[in-house]
Design a protein around this ligand. Structure first.
Ligand code: ADP
Length: 605
């Protein structure tokens, strides 16, 4: 029996949990002990007087119950007229949009509830945008609480008209509008006798009437989740198989494009000749370099590709904005890779608005972006293999999910750009110089003493015949960064460029000294991520703000004071102190020479 997956969404109190609760109860899919518990809970927490409060079947967590809202995703299975259905109930609050994405992804049909008395709300539009983003082909608009307006047809038709307008561009989505009362059961399981003017089916009959397209025969693919080395020569690859694999079958490994044969297949610790849709372990002929996140495919499969620059659609799921120029961790199937958001192409307001010049996307925005991964990634288009197209972008520091997305297509133009290694390496270059290249990154408030120490340090390094370069943030703003201002986005881009330039200089074998306020932790972490171990040293010049303001060598603080309500980030507010700097130097307590000596001792000894 094929499982039909349904998600319910809508605003708080639109009746999602009550609807599923009633469905579960009336289709006799509730166990006796649950039924007794439900009656008890209804009298304690319920909002329906002496009647059963069906929503309590879904609102699983105690805290939520007491607040009367659903935060997490709850799901319930039912059997109905020889069909097996699962309902995912998503939370209605605005701040839990990410849970709606989680609940809805992977479902076939969506029920979007609308309270007939409230009509189409911002939240309705937001959820509809998410459903479109997730490519839903079947949406049921359940206009709920119709009993409260005495089954009034006019109000229903007005809401139907509004919704039809919102979805008018979507010809491929099959839609139904159903007047219901989740509380009383009208048009939920069976057709209601109270709503004579409605000619359509009940919710459940509508769901089973949709002829869900059966998955096309998927061409096989296997995503490597774990590499298990049993001894020096044998490696087992563990992961999830979609489709079928046969012993000795010729397969291709992506992204390397190496071709080999399957030697052994194991399922449940037993060797098998042939297997379908299962978690399995395999080993391959020959010694090949296969790592977590690689995809093993049938050689004839031409739908799974390899790329590193993509156009993608994302929905922002965190309070932290997604910022162009910033690096994130991208997780796509089992692959986790550093990825930079290179461009924000536009924001969807039912259609893509690409005219606004945006550098950031904020919570709940759905937008189109371009990303560049640090390495090649196996992927597929959403229509062919959704699981190989869906990804999340994760903040490298907090590890929170900033966005969920899907790849639209690979951008070939730069997708063909790959790093070429010359005949002379960083090691050879540094050997000539007889020192190890390094990046010493000074961060701290303006006037803390970064440039002063950097200049003295460079002088002493040069006197010892070491080859250095002093990259001063302010000097770079006069040249390569002269197009950048002081907004958060511009500051991030400023640091990205300084970091990339330092990387090139270290690659050339130099000792690079960077002095720039670099107020944001994430940006400094990005800089660090570009370097090898023992190449990057973060030195925090921790001089207190009061001292910096008194010194004010660039007269910046004076300027700020003269402008009312002006608190530039990184100058008087918003500086994020390093959590684990290599060194911390307070120049109000020591001389320049003492600081330079300390740096020498800890970095050059
Ligand atoms: P930043 O580069 O951090 O903006 P600068 O180096 O340009 O700061 O300015 C620091 C100011 O503080 C200079 O005028 C410098 O002479 C003065 N100063 C006083 N004591 C120290 C010290 N111990 N270390 C560094 N600078 C100091």
């Amino acid at each position: 029996m094929e499982l039909i997956k349904v998600v319910t969404c809508g605003s708080v109190d639109d009746g999602k949990s009550t609807l599923i609760g009633r469905i579960v109860f009336e289709t006799n899919n509730i166990l006796t002990d649950q039924s007794i518990k439900l009656k008890k809970l209804s009298s304690r927490y319920g909002s329906t007087g002496n009647e059963i409060d069906f929503s309590l079947l879904l609102d699983g967590l105690q805290d939520e119950r007491e607040q009367g809202i659903t935060i997490d995703v709850a799901h319930r299975y039912i059997n109905f007229k020889n069909n097996r259905l699962v309902f995912h109930d998503s939370p209605g609050h605005n701040q839990y949009t990410r849970n709606v994405v989680t609940a809805a992804s992977g479902c076939d049909i969506a029920i979007l509830l609308i309270d007939v008395k409230k009509g189409v709300l911002e939240q309705t539009k937001r959820h509809l945008k998410i459903l479109k983003f997730l490519d839903f082909k079947y949406i049921i608009f359940a206009i709920n609480k119709i009993d409260l307006i005495k089954f009034n047809k006019k109000k229903f038709l007005k809401i139907e008209k509004n919704l039809k307008f919102l979805i008018s561009n979507e010809k491929k989505i099959k839609i139904s509008f159903i007047p219901i009362s989740a509380l009383n059961g009208d048009n939920v399981i069976a057709k209601s006798k109270n709503i004579k003017w409605y000619n359509g089916k009940s919710i459940l009959d509508t769901i089973i009437s949709f002829k869900l397209k059966n998955n096309k025969k998927t061409k096989s693919y296997f995503t490597v989740q774990h590499v298990h080395r049993t001894n020096k020569t044998t490696r087992h690859y563990l992961g999830n198989l979609k489709g079928q694999l046969i012993e000795n079958q010729k397969v291709k490994i992506l992204p390397s494009n190496n071709v080999t044969n399957i030697k052994n297949i194991f399922s449940n610790l037993k060797k098998v000749k042939k297997i379908k849709d299962n978690p399995i372990a395999i080993d391959l002929q020959g010694q090949l370099d296969v790592t977590k996140g690689d995809v093993i495919i049938d050689c004839k499969n031409d739908k799974i590709l390899v790329g590193n620059v993509f156009n993608a659609e994302v929905v922002i799921t965190s309070k932290d904005n997604l910022i162009a120029g910033r690096q994130y961790l991208l997780r796509l199937h089992n692959k986790v890779i550093k990825t930079t958001v290179t461009k924000i192409k536009g924001v969807y307001d039912f259609i893509l608005n690409s005219n606004i010049n945006k550098n950031e996307l904020k919570l709940n925005d759905i937008g189109e972006i371009e990303i560049t991964c640090n390495d090649l990634v196996p992927y597929a288009n959403f229509v062919d293999y959704p699981a190989l197209s869906r990804f999340i972008l994760v903040d490298e520091v907090t590890l929170s999910v900033v966005a969920a997305g899907k790849i639209n297509f690979a951008l070939r133009r730069s997708g063909n750009l790959f790093k070429t290694e010359g005949k002379v390496s960083k090691k050879i270059r540094s050997n000539i110089k007889r020192h190890k290249p390094k990046c010493i990154w000074f961060t701290g408030l303006s006037g803390s003493g970064k440039s002063t120490i950097a200049q003295q340090l460079e002088k002493e390094l040069v006197s010892k015949s070491l080859h250095t370069y002093n990259l001063d943030g302010d000097n770079l703003r006069l040249g390569i960064n002269k197009d950048l201002g002081f907004t958060s986005t511009d500051r991030t881009e400023n640091i990205r460029r300084v970091a990339e330039i330092s990387k090139l200089m270290v690659d050339a074998g130099l000792i690079v000294i960077v002095s720039t306020i670099s107020p944001f932790r994430k940006d400094r972490d990005f800089a660090k991520s570009l370097f090898d171990k023992d190449e990057f040293y973060e030195v925090y010049i921790s001089t207190p703000l009061t001292i910096c303001m008194k010194r004010d060598p660039k007269k910046l603080y004076k300027k700020v004071k003269s402008i009312k309500n002006f608190n530039p980030i990184g100058l008087t507010s918003g500086y994020e102190q390093p959590l684990k700097p290599h060194l911390k130097i307070d120049t109000s307590r020591e001389t320049v020479n003492t600081s330079v000596r300390k740096i020498f001792k800890s970095i050059f000894n």
